[in-house]
Design a protein around this ligand. Sequence first.
Ligand code: SF4
Ligand code: SF4
Length: 61
Amino acid sequence: MTMTITDECISCGACEPECPTESISEEDLYVINPDTCVDCKGHFDEPQCVAVCPVDCIELV
Ligand code: SF4
Ligand code: SF4
């Protein structure tokens, strides 16, 4: 399981610095690296990117 950013993303950048595994980067749009995203397990009680996203565009896939 990993997180993915949908095309609802407004590129606000809020999620990028919150990721404990530096899995979020800005390419054409913000993207999450599925190989390094750990769903914040071992770091936080809930996915930090989801917690901070103002438009709720990060989904568990
Ligand atoms: S769930 Fe956690 S580890 Fe995965 S991208 Fe979001 S902030 Fe990073
Ligand atoms: S917090 Fe949400 S809207 Fe902002 S860059 Fe991240 S995914 Fe996009």
